[in-house]
Design a protein around this ligand. Structure first.
Ligand SMILES: [Zn+2]
Length: 185
């Protein structure tokens, strides 16, 4: 997207379902989607983070990617954050113990800070490759986990999927996968 005054921006959309909206407004808060956003992931304090997750019943994966709770974490980095925190994506967000909350908070900050450092100054064309090079589990189904060597597994949904390491995150147990159970039925 290039504007007449020389400004502009690049866009990437990597989901299987493509969606994009561009707004021209005087203040970002005039955009309906932005007005609903939760606090930025890198600006959330630890106590606030704990309170946000405890307010939410449902699975961690969904809580981390819910932009109205905390904004800025997408499908890829939620997989990476959960792996770094050694937590199952299906664990209840409101069921975390204090030490698990601390691990998750620290993993979120470390993962996002590292990702920002990698992407700073990158153009959209090279960003995908740069992003991919730092990933441990996301988009790595069937490959060895860099931490423990177990095989990275996947759970698929209608239009997205998540990846995780059973040894690091789920006590070695594979999570139920809709697509797999359909095959087995
Ligand atoms: Zn592992």
């Amino acid at each position: 997207m290039h504007l007449d005054d020389g400004n502009g921006f690049d866009l990437t959309e990597q989901g299987t379902r493509k969606g994009l909206a561009v707004y021209v407004v005087r203040s970002p808060s005039e955009v309906p989607g932005i007005a609903r956003l939760g606090p930025d992931a890198l600006e959330v304090e630890r106590e606030q983070f704990a309170a946000i997750l405890r307010s939410r019943s449902g699975q961690l994966k969904g809580a981390l990617t819910d932009q109205t709770l905390i904004s800025g974490i997408g499908n890829a980095y939620s997989d990476e954050i959960l792996h770094a925190a050694r937590l199952s994506p299906f664990k209840g967000a409101d069921k975390l113990k204090d030490d698990e909350l601390v691990r998750l908070f620290d993993a979120m900050r470390a993962t996002l800070t590292d990702a920002l450092d990698r992407q700073r100054g990158q153009k959209a064309a090279t960003m995908k490759g740069e992003k991919r090079s730092g990933l441990m589990v996301h988009a790595r189904t069937g490959l060895p986990c860099p931490v423990c060597g177990d095989t990275v597994r996947e759970v698929s949904f209608a239009d997205t999927s998540l990846q995780y390491c059973p040894t690091c995150q789920t006590g070695g147990k594979p999570l139920a996968d809709r697509r797999m159970s359909k095959l087995l039925r």
